[in-house]
Structures are given as C-alpha cells and as structure tokens.
Design a protein around this ligand. Sequence first.
Ligand code: ATP
Ligand code: MG
Ligand code: MG
Ligand code: MG
Length: 437
Amino acid sequence: MRSSQFFMPTLRENPSEAQIVSHRLMLRAGMVRQASAGIYSWLPLGFKVLKNIERIVREEQDRAGCQEVLMPTIQSADLWRESGRYDDYGKEMLRITDRHDREMLYGPTNEEQITEIFRNAAKSYRDVPKMLYHIQWKFRDEVRPRFGVMRGREFLMKDAYSFDLDQAGAKRAYNKMFVSYLRTFARMGLRAIPMAADTGPIGGDLSHEFIILADTGESAVFCDKSFIERDVLSLDIDYDSDLEPLVKQWTTDYAATDEKHDTAKFGALPKDRQVEARGIEVGHIFYFGTKYSEPLRAQVQNPEGQTVPVHMGSYGIGVSRLVGGIIEASHDDKGIIWPESVAPFKVGLINLKAGDAVTTPMADELYAKLRRAGIEVLYDDRDVRAGEKFAQMDLIGLPYQVVVGPRGAAKGEVEFKLRKTGAVEEISADAALKKLG
Ligand code: ATP
Ligand code: MG
Ligand code: MG
Ligand code: MG
C-alpha cells in the first residue's frame, strides 16, 4: 500500500477527549473514529489490526477443538425470559421493539442463544462433548463508556460455549480453553495472567479472568512475580491429553483481582515476589454447570438412560478491547510498537526524497520486491518533509522501517530500523529484503 493512496487520517495533536495512551494513539494514528458514545468505526489501519487479532483468536480456538459458528446480534427477548435474565440484565441491555411490537434485544452475550441451538440438536450423551464459538459484535449499554475501544458499548467479542455430560467433562473443556487462552494472548506478545475470579452463586474455583498488567487498568490486581517470567509458546500442547497438570502450574501461584484478593495469602509471599499492579481484563472463562441448561431444558440422555441437563461453560475474549490493550502494553513516547503478529503492515518503507532520481527507483523497486515476496508493506511515497514521515512511521508503530535516503542510496544502501529498540543498520536493499523475508 502506498501512503499517498492509503486512507489513514492521522492527527498531529493529542485529541482532548482521550484520557489514556491507547485511545490517544488510536485516534492519532487514524485507526478508529468515534461514531457516538462508545461506538466506533474502524478505519483501514485499525481494521487490519482487529482482523489480525481475530485471526489469532480463531486459530487458537480451532486448534483447541472449538468449532466456529455465527449467531445473530439481534436476539428475541423470549429466550432471555426463559433463563430469567431478561429482567436481571437491567439497563446494560439494549432493548428493541420491532414493527410487530415484538421485543428484541442487541445481544450482550449469547448463552441463551447457543443453549437454544444446542437443545434442539442434542439428544444423547453421544452428542457431547461439544465446544462452539463465534466472533460477533456485542452491545452493552455501559454506564461509563470510556478509554476508546477498551470500554465501548458496541464491541467485538469471541465467545465460546462448552457442553458436557457432567462436571468432569466440563472441566476438561475448561482446561482446553484455559490453555488456548494462554497461547492466544502470548501470540499477541501479551503476558496475560489467569486470575481467580468470582463465580457468583455457583461457587467453586472454575472461573478465571485473563488480565494484562497496565497502569491504566480498571482493576487492582495482585500476583506472584513468577507469572511475569513464564513462557507457554515453546510447549508442545496436545489438546487431547490431560491438561490438568499444566493448568495446575498456572493456577497454583497467587494471582487475584481485588474482588477475590486475600491479603493474608498475598502477604505471606516473600516481599520481592509480591506484584501489586493494575490490570485490564482481556478474557474470562467460566464454568457455570447447569445454570442455563436447566431453565432452558438443554438435556441429553446419559448412558444409563436418564435425561440430564448438560454442564456448560462460557469463554470470552475481548477482541476489540485487545487492540487498545496491546497498545497499552506496547508503546513509547513516539507512538505504538506493534508486535509482529498483529501489526497492520510488517514494514514501513520510506522514500526520503520523493521524485529523486536515485531514491525513487530504488524505493519503488524495493516496494515491488516486498510485495512480490508477500510481505505487507506501507510505502511512504509522499512528497512531505522527512521529519513528518519519520514521526508518522513511529506513530503507527510498524515493527520494521526501511529508509531510502539520498546519501545511502548513492552507495546502494538503506537504513533498516527496528521500531522497538530504535536500532538502525545501514545495509544493502537486498540484505533488508532478506531480513524481512
Ligand atoms: P468488564 O469487567 O471489563 O466490564 P465483563 O466482565 O463485563 O468485563 P465479560 O462478560 O466477562 O466482560 O466478557 C468477556 C470479555 O469481553 C471481557 O473479558 C472483555 O475483554 C470484553 N468486554 C467486556 N465488556 C467490554 C466492553 N464494554 N468493551 C470492550 N470489551 C469488553
Ligand atoms: Mg462489564
Ligand atoms: Mg469483569
Ligand atoms: Mg468478565
């Protein structure tokens, strides 16, 4: 993509409405625009990142054996009356009436909907276990939408649901999702810590929030320092094996949000292991037994011939929140620093002197070669000041920059820069191409 053609309305000044860095940078980089309170349009740069995050989420759900579906955004109120949540949900639910005066709603989540699909399809224990997910827009009329896409009213969520014969089966599903979440967030360059979360009336310990640490996080969190150093991507995970030992490893050391915080337990840790920070909830997994399957009568026949309600869990990831979350975790005073896995382009190519007889053919050729090699590149071919090009490239945070300037071009060299460290090397254009391939 050539910058001269790309729709990327960047802002030079900090927008006054943005209180946190990710919101500021997303507006400045032209990634999103607010449509109304808590509702955003995604512009090309932002939409590319959103889709990259979605792709990683999808790959890891598929890998764990979860099957993708797509349920509607608009649901019938009747279904929510069956579960009893139509009244309970309160003002966060956006209620709609259609032309026939039927009560509808814009789904804030999909437990009822998926349970209805499942109950009409499943009859026997042979129909479980099943795990289904979708990636769909949700609407929650938050009291205080803020921080840009981090707490929107309309937001993109991946929500998965598991159906099992009994609690032991549900725990296996829970473990799969637990491990898949570790991988999902790690692939985005995030250190997401699973923290014990409130299970409400169901009790037990089968609910975890996945929290990334950031000063602007909305909840206070407490954890053992061990979580900061862990690696999960190097593990070879077989989702058909018993994942309990791995889950144990990740749930034994202390980690809790303020809701579940136990000061005595935390205080018993050696001082240098106590991490007290703020966190952003990027995912939440939950075993809720028969909470929905009972009222909605999602039942199967067990091998003994008895009809029993299925045991369910639900597993959410804030896909659009992650765009802001990743920026909170990875930026500097110049702008965003994208991890390669979610970057909107891998490399920014800058022709320092548009129209120059030496730099332009060299930059054009490199651009053509990068595209031929299938490497996503944003080519700043505009006739603007060098300083402006540098500032914009740093702002939008592509992992690599290749700068073609008159001095280097005369020697057949380009500047190859890593956005993260700022380290610059002068190398030949071919060497740059090789590094990126
Ligand atoms: P929060 O505590 O931040 O209000 P939640 O606990 O209400 O979130 P869940 O019902 O657990 O949210 O939904 C699953 C995931 O959806 C959350 O972990 C979060 O990443 C994301 N999410 C929830 N509400 C929003 C929102 N208003 N804007 C963007 N993402 C959200
Ligand atoms: Mg909420
Ligand atoms: Mg929460
Ligand atoms: Mg939650």
